[in-house]
Design a protein around this ligand. Structure first.
Ligand SMILES: [Zn+2]
Length: 219
C-alpha cells in the first residue's frame, strides 16, 4: 500500500492539495481531525478513550492517534493506500508512525511538502479583514474590496480581527513551524522528502506534487 504524507504550514494550501491529490491518485484523504470525530461518533473503544482526553481539554496521546490511523489503514477504501494530512505533527509522531507501519511491513513512501516561506504565510494569513456591519470577509491580496477599507456589500468599514493581526499571526506561526520543521528534517534524513514551491498557482502545485511521486504514477 502507498502511504503518502502531506506536509505544509497553516496557510500553505495543504488542505486544497490533499483534496486534489486524493482525487487524482484515487486514494482516501485521511485527516486526523476527521479520524477523531468519526471514532467518537462511531463510539469505538478508541473513540471513547480519545473523547475522554478531549473533554478534559487534553491532547489525545500519540499512541491512540496512531492506533486510530492503523485501524483506518485496514478499511477497504484504503487498500491501495492513503494520503495522511495533519499527521505526523512532531518528530515523536513521525517515529511512532514509522514503527507502527514497520510492524505491518509498510512504510511512508514519500513525504510531500507544500513549501511556502514564513513571511509569505504571514502575508496570506494576516491579510484577512471583515466588515463591521455584516462580517463579510475580504483579503487584501486574494479577495480585495472594490474600494480599499470599505465593504462592497453594505459600505461599512473593514476591520481586522485580533487573531488576524500580523504580529499575532507571526507569533502563532513561529510556534507551529518548529515541530513541522522537525518532521521535515525527519523525512529529509530518510531521503523521501519532496518539496514543491507552494507560491505557484494551485494547479501547478498539484502537478509538481504528482510529478514528485514515483515515475509509475506519472507515466
Ligand atoms: Zn459587509
Amino acid at each position: 500500500m502507498r502511504v503518502l504524507v502531506l506536509l505544509g504550514a497553516p496557510g500553505a494550501g495543504k488542505g486544497t492539495q490533499a483534496t486534489i491529490l486524493a482525487q487524482r491518485l484515487g486514494l482516501p484523504h485521511v485527516a486526523t481531525g476527521d479520524l477523531f470525530r468519526n471514532a467518537v461518533r462511531a463510539g469505538t473503544a478508541l473513540g471513547r478513550e480519545a473523547h475522554g482526553y478531549m473533554e478534559r481539554g487534553e491532547l489525545v496521546p500519540d499512541a491512540i492517534t496512531i492506533e486510530m490511523l492503523i485501524e483506518r489503514l485496514g478499511r477497504p477504501d484504503a487498500a491501495e493506500g492513503v494520503i495522511l494530512d495533519g499527521f505526523p505533527r512532531s518528530r515523536a509522531q513521525a517515529e511512532a508512525l514509522e514503527s507502527a507501519l514497520l510492524v505491518r511491513g509498510e512504510r511512508v513512501e514519500v513525504a510531500l511538502l507544500v513549501d511556502v516561506p514564513a513571511e509569505e504565510l504571514v502575508g496570506r494569513l494576516a491579510g484577512r479583514y471583515v466588515c463591521r456591519l455584516g462580517g463579510h470577509p475580504y483579503h487584501v491580496i486574494l479577495n480585495p474590496p472594490r474600494v480599499p477599507g470599505i465593504c462592497d456589500v453594505d459600505g461599512s468599514p473593514l476591520e481586522q480581527r485580533e487573531d488576524d493581526r500580523p504580529e499575532v499571526v507571526r507569533a502563532r506561526l513561529t510556534r507551529q513551524l518548529a515541530p513541522l520543521q522537525s518532521v521535515i528534517e525527519f523525512y529529509r534524513a530518510r531521503g523521501i522528502l519532496r518539496a514543491v514551491d507552494g507560491r505557484q498557482p494551485i494547479d501547478l502545485v498539484s502537478r509538481g506534487l504528482i510529478e514528485a511521486l514515483d515515475p509509475v504514477t506519472t507515466a
